[in-house]
Design a protein around this ligand. Structure first.
Ligand code: FEO
Length: 394
């Protein structure tokens, strides 16, 4: 618990132990937090809760801050269980307290908990008077669920943005200006790349809609990670960049390999690219060994993705197949690509890689490079030439 100002208290949970989120789908090397906020104005509003395993602890801490019966309103900005998970525990104690959420929020909350709580549906522009200020609700569908919404507190010009602008980043500091800036940037980018990329057009639209309101923003209180209080709109500007077909001067080479032949190819291709443009940041990942969400962050940053696999059973290796499946779903834009792979007899993988990279929405620069058995000197030169050709076409 800590006070953000006279009226607002953070009543969330820092989860230092969390290493996987969304089941096994998202790696959280630095843990996370579930941020919940209590506004004690003339009326009292509770914004979001925490993930279900912490619900008893959450309610008990909340009771140490306020008599629960004094909570006039609960605001559910998002129904996903990491934010609504303590509602069942809380609603046992204050069953009639109204829960403000979007129409889709009601559906999701009912779908999760099968409870007929006192829901109040809100739409963009609806307000809730707390006394010295109002909460203004802004629907944010698909940022990142259909029910998502933001709440803006007029008294202190604070935007409660839920998942948007968040990071899976545990820190007792809890404010953006107090933490390691490199770690914060990395976690915010990884979060955007892995969760928000498919919704980039909506991100741009929603941000312009909010900027168009021309209201001050003194702080952005997200529901994961640190609160943006120092130059809070820096993350909004960064989101506009990330949402706009983002790329850095980077090539990301992904491979999966059985006996290192495809790895040798990857290194040869990298050498060829480097020979043409030493300023390119070239990064190589064996996708069967690297963390998949870290790999996705590096795909997000790349202008060229070169991806290869050995051929197995007339197909590609499973770690590469699952990585490509994630990439397809994220709908990256403005990226070029090429495939490659080694083989012993049938040799389908480069063709499959090219087809899969097309399905990822990438522009294919070259047909896939194929090498029989372990690359010899000549084959390595072919890989280097392939890399050079790709770099020249960038
Ligand atoms: Fe942090 Fe969409 O839940």
């Amino acid at each position: 618990m800590f006070k953000i100002n006279e009226k607002i208290t953070w009543v969330g949970k820092i989860d230092w132990e969390l290493k996987k989120f969304h089941g096994e789908e998202y790696s959280t090397h630095r843990g996370s937090s579930y941020n919940s906020y209590l506004i004690q104005d003339e009326k009292v509003a509770l914004i979001d809760t925490v993930w279900m395993p912490f619900s008893k602890e959450y309610v008990s801490h909340l009771e140490s801050v306020i008599d629960l019966n004094k909570i006039d309103y609960i605001i559910a900005n998002h129904a996903e269980v990491d934010h609504s998970g303590a509602l069942p525990e809380l609603m046992k104690l204050i069953p009639n307290t109204p829960i403000y959420c979007t129409k889709n929020g009601v559906k999701s909350l009912k779908g999760h908990y099968h409870q007929d709580w006192n829901f109040v549906e809100v739409k963009t522009g609806d307000t809730l008077d707390l006394g010295s200020g109002k909460l203004v609700f802004i629907e944010a569908p698909m940022l990142h669920w259909p029910d998502s919404m933001f709440s803006y507190y007029t008294a202190d010009s604070i935007l409660f943005s839920n998942d948007a602008f968040g990071q899976h980043y545990a820190s007792e500091f809890m404010y953006n200006d107090l933490v390691d800036q490199g770690e914060l940037y990395q976690e915010a980018l990884k979060y955007y790349a892995n969760i928000l990329t498919p919704f980039s057009p909506l991100v741009i639209k929603k941000i312009h809609e909010i900027l168009g309101l021309n209201v001050p923003v003194s702080m952005i209180c997200t529901s994961h990670g640190v609160i943006w209080r120092d130059n809070p709109t820096q993350i909004v500007e960064q989101y506009l960049k990330w949402a706009d077909n983002y790329q850095e001067h980077q090539v990301t080479i992904l491979y999966d390999t059985m006996w290192n032949a495809t790895r040798t190819m990857a290194e040869g291709i990298a050498a060829g690219i480097k020979a043409v443009d030493p300023t390119l940041n070239i990064k190589l990942f064996n996708v069967s060994k690297a963390d998949k969400n870290d790999v996705i962050a590096e795909v997000f940053k790349a202008k060229l993705i070169v991806a290869g696999s050995s051929t197995i059973n007339k197909g590609i290796l499973s770690a590469m197949a699952s990585t490509l499946e994630i990439i397809k779903g994220l709908k990256f834009k403005n990226k070029k690509a090429a495939g490659f792979g080694s083989y012993g007899w049938s040799g389908e993988s480069p063709k499959i890689m090219t087809e899969e990279l097309k399905k990822c929405g990438f522009e294919i620069l070259e047909e896939g490079l194929s090498i029989l058995w372990k690359p010899d000197e000549d084959a390595i030169k072919s890989c280097e030439s392939f890399g050079k050709s790709l770099a020249e076409k960038l």
